[in-house]
Design a binder for this molecule. Sequence first.
Ligand code: COA
Length: 282
Amino acid sequence: MRDEQETVAYRIEAGIAWVSFNRPEKRNCMSPSLNRRMMAVLDELEYRDDFGVLVLKGEGSAWCAGMDLKEYFRETEEQGLGAVRKAQSEAYGWWRRLRWYQKPTIAMINGWCFGGGYGPLFACDLAFAAEEAQFGLSEINWGILPGGGASKVAAELLPFRRAMYHAMMGENVDGRTAAEWGLVNEAVPLAALEARVAEVARVLLEKNPVALKATKDAVRRVREMTYDNAEDYLIRAQEAANFFDETEGRKEGIRQFIDDKSYKPGLGAYDKDRAVPVPSSS
Ligand code: COA
């Protein structure tokens, strides 16, 4: 069995952290060891300043074949309720961590994506798939409901009839259909996937990172708010971002447009490297 340490791999290159599910021989299904290791890796990386975007990919032919039926279900059930609850909290824990991650996150679905894999799929802010990838809520095929958030993900991302069909029929869809349905942003041929994801990541790296964190949290949070609550939350969130942004990016963004005329916000981002950090107490 693969050492816990090796169930997740990562490398940082040109501002992008490429984090991989690394159990290709088991189609990257999520065992308790992998879940613990992934949380440790996310912890280790979150506040490092040598990267600005995290990409979650899979080694080999799979992105993630869902929960490990042997190690996550059978073996923990044999150990009793305490072990089951612990395994659940380890899995759900890193998905939650990823949903609210400090850096923008991109799921790069290179192959199989099943069941429990919908948790990390939804946790990533953006998702790009290979046209050849296969997505499925396979739980019904082995006799359970799509748990671990998977039913919620289907209901969040898909129209009602489609979510119902997807969950009840246990049929797979390819990356192209997943993009049409809105499970992912886009599908491209597998050979072009990494380049497309790197291109998207590079655009994100140009943006103000404080504004990006505020934006991704805002889009997730407001889904569950009334309009009035959302308006109020967004005012508070922007004011909090103003406090955290030591570069006072919004003022610099206005200055470069109105005074310097060096860019147009409608056509691209201001040059954040020209902003001068100011003390955060202002
Ligand atoms: N849990 C446990 N083991 C899994 C697994 C999972 N979810 N997915 C794959 N594996 C294991 C297989 O048992 C096999 O192990 P072995 O080599 O010790 O026999 C190994 O990974 C390779 O899988 P295999 O089925 O031979 O690969 P494949 O490429 O022919 O098929 C899948 C890939 C993903 C279609 C197939 O493995 C599968 O259906 N997996 C289960 C998917 C699923 O229902 N996940 C939802 C869980 S919530």
